[in-house]
Design a protein around this ligand. Sequence first.
Ligand code: FAD
Length: 290
Amino acid sequence: MRAFAYERPTELAAAIALLVAHGPDARLLAGGTDLIIRLRDGSVRPLVVVDVKRIAELDGEVRSAGGLLTIGARTTMTAIAADERIRRDFPALAEAAAVVGAVQIRNRATLAGNVCNASPAADTAPVLLVYGARVVVAGANGERRIPIDEFFVRSGVTTLARDELVSSIELPLPDGPRGAIHVRRTRRRGHDLASVTLACAVRPDGVTRLAYGSVGPRPVLAVDDSGLLADAAAPDGEKAELLARLLAGASPSPRSMRASPDYRRAMLQVLALRAVHAALERLAGEGVRP
Ligand SMILES: Cc1cc2nc3c(=O)[nH]c(=O)nc-3n(C[C@H](O)[C@H](O)[C@H](O)COP(=O)(O)OP(=O)(O)OC[C@H]3O[C@@H](n4cnc5c(N)ncnc54)[C@H](O)[C@@H]3O)c2cc1C
């Protein structure tokens, strides 16, 4: 590991000044569950590591106001999986957070770090896509909001500028009932990165949002507004045909050690149909709220 300076600013402005001063030689550190591994294996070699955990303006809180649920940049997977508002209004996010790594990882891993790392296998990415999340970003030119679908570029690359950091993630609160679920396929049960990770949300007006990851360079969002997927009585054969079209954005790498492209494509199709059924069941049952 190459030696680096370690900075622990207590103010957002100081953190941004460090990013401006050091450009590509600076790296932000939150839980460190991705960054420390990359520092150790030498795949990133920053001169300065900027720890965000003491920045007063960034917190680990979950807030609900103005029609939005706001998740602070320091919020861990453990906190997300346990938060009552998230479990009620965004259950698929709680589910995704609950399967990230193991307890020790979840106690440190942040949601912001998961999206900024931009791994195609990030479990929270498909969920944030189906829930229409926005990434709140602070930088030298002030604050901006990036729709999550415009945030991911490819593995390890986002539309975040060099002088920017993520201050929170916003989710629009549901304006009616919705059935949603996160599912994934791993090589073995428990602690493993996903070969396929997928989220689905169905609304009673017939709109179904599906997002899938670990099957290409970035997670993909697909929307069915024909009402077919949301129709509990529609035949599975018709749904499978439509799903095949919606899942055409998958382009799994033949070089992955985790699973072959054919296996991933087949699992994606199977998981997507199962997820649609499960989301519909939730919509018909506990997904419906007063
Ligand atoms: C053993 C193990 C198992 C894992 N299993 C899973 C899994 O099952 N599913 C899964 O999705 N992930 C998994 N991960 C990956 C990892 O835990 C997550 O990606 C985690 O959420 C990253 O968050 P962090 O706070 O640790 O980020 P860090 O490692 O601190 O940072 C990750 C990246 O994001 C940047 N960053 C962090 N915070 C900010 C910010 N506020 N603004 C801008 N950039 C920022 C950093 O510079 C870095 O590039 C696993 C990791 C390990 C080590």
